[in-house]
Write a protein that binds this ligand. Structure first.
Ligand code: OAD
Length: 254
C-alpha cells in the first residue's frame, strides 16, 4: 500500500531550493543496528549511559567502555545501508541542494553514497586520543584494551560525543546553517529528545520552512511539524521519492 502524500508536500519537495535532512537511529534500525530508546531493544533501555557513555565512566573503567564500543563497532561493520539510506542518496542527486545531517555514528549514510554528511555525534569507526583529542589510525595492534595513543601513550577512545560533552563546533554550525536556510526539512527516525540536534527542526520551522517527520511513533516534534508521516524510513522514503520524481531505475527493474 502506498502512502497518500499530500500534494502540497510533494510540490514543496520538488521545488525546494534547499532541503535539510536530520536523521537518527531509526533510519539504521532496518540495517539491524539497535536504536537507543525503543522498548526492549533500545541501547539505553538495556544499558545505563552513565556507565558507558561519559568520560567519567571511561576514567573509571576504560576497558569496559572500550569493549562495549567494540561490540557496537562489530554490529556496524556487519551492517549494510538499507532502502532508507539509499533513498537519501537519490534525494541528494535529484534535489537542487540537500544537506544530510545525522546523529548516527555508524557511517551508513556515507557507505550508501551520501556526500558531505554532517556528523553531529561523531563516528564510532574512528578513535581518538583521550587526552589530546587527535584522531588516531596507526596504533599498535596489541592485546591492550583500550589501545594506547602512539603519540602520547594515553588510552584511545571512540570518536563519539559522550553525555556532558560539546558537539563538534564545525558540524553544529553547518547543521544550524542548513536548518536556517532550507525550504524543507525532513526529520527521520529520531525521538527528538536530545539537544541541540532536536532543536534543528524547530529552527527550520521558526525560519519558515516546511518540516516533515518520518517515524513509526509519535515524538515531541509530531504536533508542531507541518507533516508527520507514520512508518518505517526504508518503506516511506523510497515511496516519497517516487511520488515526487517518479520511480528510480532500480524501482522500475523491481
Ligand atoms: P532514539 O532511539 O532516541 O530514537 C529512535 C527513533 O527512531 C524513535 O522515535 C523510533 O520510533 C524511530 N524508529 C524506529 N524504527 C524506525 C524506522 N524503521 N524508521 C524510522 N524511524 C524509526 O534515537 P535518536 O533519536 O537517534 O547520542 O537518539 C538521539 C541520540 O541519543 C543519539 O545520537 C545518541 C543517543 O544518546 C549520542 O550517542 C551522543
Amino acid at each position: 500500500m502506498t502512502t497518500p502524500w499530500p500534494p502540497s508536500f510533494l510540490v514543496a519537495v520538488r521545488h525546494a531550493r534547499r532541503i535539510a535532512v536530520i536523521t537518527g537511529a531509526g533510519i539504521s534500525a532496518e540495517s539491524g543496528i539497535p536504536t537507543f530508546r525503543d522498548a526492549q531493544t533500545g541501547l539505553w533501555t538495556r544499558y545505563r549511559p552513565e556507565d558507558l557513555a561519559t568520560s567519567a565512566a571511561f576514567v573509571r573503567d576504560p576497558r569496559l567502555v572500550w569493549d562495549w564500543y567494540e561490540w557496537r563497532r562489530g554490529m556496524v561493520a556487519a551492517a549494510q545501508p538499507n532502502a532508507g539510506h539509499r533513498a537519501l542518496v537519490d534525494l541528494q542527486q535529484r534535489a537542487s541542494a540537500c544537506t544530510v545531517i545525522t546523529q548516527n555514528v555508524d557511517g551508513l549514510h556515507q557507505q550508501a553514497g551520501t556526500r558531505n554528511v554532517v556528523e553531529l555525534h561523531g563516528n564510532i569507526r574512528r578513535s581518538k586520543c583521550f587526552t589530546e583529542g587527535r584522531i588516531v589510525t596507526d596504533w599498535a595492534r596489541t592485546d591492550e584494551r583500550p589501545p594506547r595513543c602512539p603519540h602520547c601513550g594515553s588510552p584511545l577512545r571512540p570518536d563519539v560525543v559522550w553525555f556532558g560533552e560539546s558537539l563538534p563546533a564545525a558540524a553544529l554550525a553547518a547543521a544550524d546553517e542548513a536548518a536556517r536556510s532550507c525550504d524543507v526539512l525532513l526529520s527521520i527516525g529520531t525521538s527528538g529528545v536530545v539537544y541541540p540536534a532536536a532543536g534543528l527542526a524547530l529552527t527550520a520551522l521558526a525560519a519558515g520552512a516546511i518540516v516533515a517527520e518520518v517515524n513509526p511513533a509519535q515524538t515531541p516534534l509530531s504536533d508542531s511539524a507541518t507533516y508527520s508521516f507514520r512508518g518505517a524510513a526504508g518503506e516511506l522514503l523510497p515511496e516519497l521519492l517516487a511520488a515526487v520524481w517518479g520511480p528510480t531505475k532500480a524501482q522500475m527493474r523491481a
